[in-house]
Design a protein around this ligand. Structure first.
Ligand code: UT7
Length: 325
């Protein structure tokens, strides 16, 4: 049976120049390199320069994705940007990226699902492509979380960083089989009862301020592995595939302990897990495309590889995308 598939044809990523190490943080709050590495696996994070906004990071990642797909910006008809740290409350930062790329046709909008944002954006782009609304999409995850952090709160400021990653998603014909290239299945979930466990204590409507990120880390940790494994098992049920069939597991990069525990529970071999959290900390919606682009560029992820993406974050929101590259 002929079906429309959404294929990843290019990827790109960008990390701001400035690096903040664990030792740098130990001079700012009561923490240590040893604690941060042991509890999270994070060694450093990148921080956007003064005046450098989320759409600037997104633009660099988008340019990389376009170049690797062999496309011009004018070929793109839809831009979906996942972010919880837009340049301004409105317009959507995706529209600013569209303008910076010199595109005046098609549509651009933001998707807001915090750390699950890229999985939500990719699923939305896939739905647009399969519905015939879009043909060539830029799907971007970009964040400047450094601007939301309380730099006096050691329980959160050591965890997050800034960055961006992007993919080009193009419509192609498939046979409706698991051997097709493209997105094979996606599973999104949310549960607003967990709002208070990970949120920002400001916003235009509530406080007329930007606010700071607040998190009950232990509580988030407690829920993370179960939620992640649930949506991955949903993907296995939908396709009949299993952990043994995966070539790569590219999870949201929040904490190495969560990544390792999820892979172990799912029976995914450690050598199939792509981990980049040590290099950039938790970059929220940017973390999956950053890790994906890293593994594509270093030659690990190759055409036709079966890749599982997953994320979990504020809301709570969580989700999985299973695709063949
Ligand atoms: O993107 C999705 C959302 N985010 C996450 O996935 C994060 C999920 N949570 C986590 O990754 C972990 O819960 C953390 C890394 C945030 C914390 O690790 P933990 O093993 O759950 O530590 P904890 O919160 O239970 O804290 C243990 C101790 C506490 O001291 P006491 O109460 O035992 O005396 C904390 O006060 O570590 C203390 N602590 C720190 N010590 C040094 C908390 N933050 C720090 C710090 N440096 N930065």
């Amino acid at each position: 049976m002929s079906v429309i598939r959404s294929i990843v044809t290019g990827s790109g990523s960008y990390l701001p120049e400035r690096i903040l190490t664990n030792d740098d943080l130990a001079k700012m709050v009561d923490t240590s390199d040893e604690w941060i590495v042991q509890r999270t696996g994070i060694k450093q994070r990148h921080i956007a320069a003064e005046g450098q906004v989320t759409s600037d990071l997104a633009l660099e990642a988008a340019k990389g994705a376009l170049a690797s797909a062999g496309l011009e910006a004018s070929d793109i008809d839809t831009i979906i940007l996942a972010t919880a740290t837009p340049d301004n409350t409105f317009p959507a930062s995706a529209v600013t990226v569209q303008a910076k790329l010199g595109i005046t046709h098609g549509c651009a909008f933001d998707v807001h699902a915090v750390c699950s944002g890229f999985v939500y954006a990719l699923t939305t782009a896939d739905a647009y492509i399969r519905a015939g609304i879009a043909k060539k999409c830029l799907v971007i995850g970009a964040e400047t979380f450094s601007r939301l952090l309380d730099w006096e709160d050691r329980t959160t400021c050591v965890l997050f960083g800034d960055g961006a990653g992007a993919v080009v998603l193009e419509a192609a014909e498939g046979e409706g089989l698991n051997s097709d290239r493209g997105i094979l299945t996606s599973h999104l979930r949310s549960d607003g009862r967990h709002k208070e466990k990970l949120f920002v204590d400001g916003g235009p409507s509530a406080t007329q301020t930007v606010g700071h990120l607040r998190m009950e880390g232990r509580e988030v940790f407690k829920h993370a592995v179960g939620m992640i494994t649930d949506v991955i098992e949903d993907a296995y049920k939908a396709t009949g595939l299993s952990s043994d069939d995966l070539n790569w597991f590219i999870p949201h990069q929040a904490n190495k302990r969560i990544i390792d525990a999820s892979a172990k529970k799912l029976g995914i071999a450690p050598e199939k897990v792509v981990t980049t959290v040590h290099l950039h900390g938790n970059t929220s919606a940017a973390s999956i495309p950053l890790a994906l682009d890293t593994a594509v560029k270093d030659g690990r992820v190759k055409r036709n590889d079966l890749v599982m993406l997953e994320a979990m974050g504020g809301g709570f929101t969580w989700g999985s995308v299973l695709l063949r590259v």
